[in-house]
Ligand binder design. Structure first.
Ligand code: FES
Length: 121
């Protein structure tokens, strides 16, 4: 069963601006994820570089490079396409893991999947 979990207000995300972080359980492991807006569309990925599985932000919630066109890993500079998570340069080994989102009524939701669940409290 797929759940749609409220994540943030749509207005919290501006094009190429700061991300909104959230936690998920991916394949049984608690991992941070992040949501960004790029060219008016929202996108979310696990905050885990494909080069070395570590968090990518160089300052909290800052993922875009100085051009605002690419998501960049702070550790060794891997670059990812904000729309797909595909590798666009640097030492990445494949793309980012994408999380499905929806944006309705001014609210952004993320969607669970067979290997992606919300934290249980
Ligand atoms: S850990 Fe991200 S580029 Fe090396």
């Amino acid at each position: 069963m797929i759940d749609e979990i409220p994540l943030c207000n749509a207005a919290d995300l501006v094009n190429s601006g700061d991300a909104v972080p959230f936690d998920v359980v991916y394949c049984g492991q608690t991992i941070q994820a992040f949501c960004i807006r790029y060219q008016d569309q929202v996108h979310a990925y696990l905050n885990r570089c494909s080069h070395v599985p570590m968090e990518m932000d160089y300052q909290p919630n800052r993922f875009f490079d100085s051009t605002g066109q690419w998501l960049m890993c702070a550790t060794h500079g891997a670059m990812y396409d904000p729309q797909t998570g595909a590798c666009r340069g640097g030492p990445c080994r494949g793309g980012l893991t994408k999380i499905v989102l929806s944006e309705t009524g001014g609210v952004v939701h993320w969607h669970t999947a067979h290997n992606l669940k919300s934290l249980e409290f």
